[in-house]
Design a protein around this ligand. Structure first.
Ligand code: HGY
Ligand code: MN
Ligand code: MN
Length: 414
């Protein structure tokens, strides 16, 4: 009889699946470009569905494309325990951000099936649509719909920079499901993820026992000046939107530097008309502010908004700014954090408690179910980069702790 203490995942099989799925959107530099609800996303979704069905799981899709693969337990009267993350990536993403969480869960499921281990609760794997927020803002959009933060209609209406709507893309790739978002229930969710920062590697710890996610806010700024000839327009008469934006971006960086450990970033910028001999007339850019403490995040927002008007006046431009997303700081469920801590100990891995600097679907799911996360190191703390890297051992460790934590929680449901 298999006891839960000797259920050992197969790290090589997990690694092989990670490398196999890296082909869906694989880039010449060894990264992945698998933008949300793209053709590449469809291919990995189809692969994931087939792998789960091979294990005897039922696969359901909700109205915003979230995928739920469920293996029955001894008891059908209790809600499943979920393991979830995301399969979409940044435009120059790596092989592990998000996908390790979904495939680490698949490996845990494969192990349960191989060992014919019957859990009390059903066990579920979730692929959350549009976690990255790169193609369609904001991030964590469809776990947010599941948690009731956004409506499905809001999600459908989100446009990428080419004006294509998320809802139309879901229909096009065949993943606009029939289940209402939030209707497919689970009792708890564990999310395995690479840390995407340098702490675990620096401290030579294998497992991050994650306690929560910092607060995040996204803004959009449009700066309007006046297009004019770069040769015939005297410097004193220019209304240079790009010059104004450059000064604003420097001021935004200063907001981060003066509110540490907070962070302030501008990641997306569009300069128009972007012609070498035209003084730029309009610039669009995005702002990303984060801090573990909401009160400090308020101060950062105030400082950011205070900086723009003077810069605009000095450069004779106008601007519009709006906040498009607020995700408050989140604390995870203590009882699940204990399952992770004990799961790491059971597997003989070193661990340390930490909060997450990056956003994750778990931040929204924590609003509707007990949730927590497990981190493993990544090389140099680098992520959102084609060079993102981690090892077979670290991926295997994460999946093993995920399985141990899920089984520990499952025994409380007997
Ligand atoms: O923005 C984030 O932190 C996440 O990677 N979507
Ligand atoms: Mn991620
Ligand atoms: Mn990411």
């Amino acid at each position: 009889m298999t006891s839960k203490t000797n259920l050992t995942i197969n790290a090589q099989r997990l690694w092989d699946s990670l490398m196999e799925t890296a082909q869906f959107g694989g880039t010449p530099k060894g990264g992945i470009k698998r933008l949300s609800v793209s053709d590449e996303d469809k291919r990995v979704r189809d692969w994931f569905r087939a792998e789960c069905e091979k294990l005897g799981c039922t696969v359901e899709v909700d109205e915003v494309g979230n995928m739920f693969a469920t293996r029955p337990g001894k008891r059908s009267d209790i809600a499943p325990i979920a393991m979830g993350s995301h399969l979409d990536t940044q435009p120059t993403g790596g092989k592990f951000d998000g996908v390790l969480g979904v495939l680490g869960a698949l490996e845990a499921m494969r192990t349960l099936v191989d060992m014919e281990y019957q859990t009390n609760a059903p066990i579920m794997i979730v692929n959350w649509t549009n976690e990255e927020g790169s193609r369609f803002a904001p991030a964590m959009l469809c776990s947010g719909v599941y948690a009731g933060v956004f409506t499905p209609e809001f999600a459908y209406s989100r446009e990428d920079r080419a004006g294509i709507k998320l809802g139309d893309e879901l229909t096009r790739i065949g993943y606009k499901g029939t289940h209402k978002a939030g209707a497919i229930k689970f009792s708890a969710m564990f999310e395995l993820h690479i840390e995407q920062g340098p702490i675990l590697e620096a401290e030579a710890k294998m497992i991050g026992v994650v306690t929560g996610v910092q607060g995040m806010r996204w803004y959009e700024v449009t700066v309007t000046g006046q297009e004019s000839h770069t040769g015939a327009t005297p410097m004193s008469l220019r209304k240079n939107a790009l010059l104004a934006s450059a000064r604003m971006i420097d001021a935004i960086d200063a907001v981060g530097m003066t509110h540490l450990p907070g962070v302030a970033s501008v990641g997306l910028i569009e300069n128009r008309p972007n012609s070498r001999n035209v003084v730029p007339g309009e610039v669009f850019f995005t702002v990303d502010l984060r801090h573990p403490d909401e009160k400090v995040l308020d101060k950062m927002e105030t400082a950011f908004r205070a900086a723009l008007p003077k810069i605009a006046a000095d450069t004779k431009v106008t601007f519009e700014e709006k906040c498009i997303w607020k995700s408050p700081a989140v604390k995870f469920a203590p009882e699940l954090i204990d399952c992770v801590r004990n799961g790491a100990k059971q597997a003989g891995f070193t661990s340390r408690e930490m909060a997450s600097g990056a956003g994750h679907d778990a931040a929204y799911i924590a609003r509707v179910a007990p949730t927590t996360m497990i981190f493993v190191p990544c090389l140099g703390g680098i992520s959102h980069n084609e060079a993102e890297s981690t090892t077979l051992e670290e991926c295997g460790a994460g999946s093993q702790v995920l399985l141990n934590a899920v089984l520990a929680h499952d025994t409380t449901l007997a």
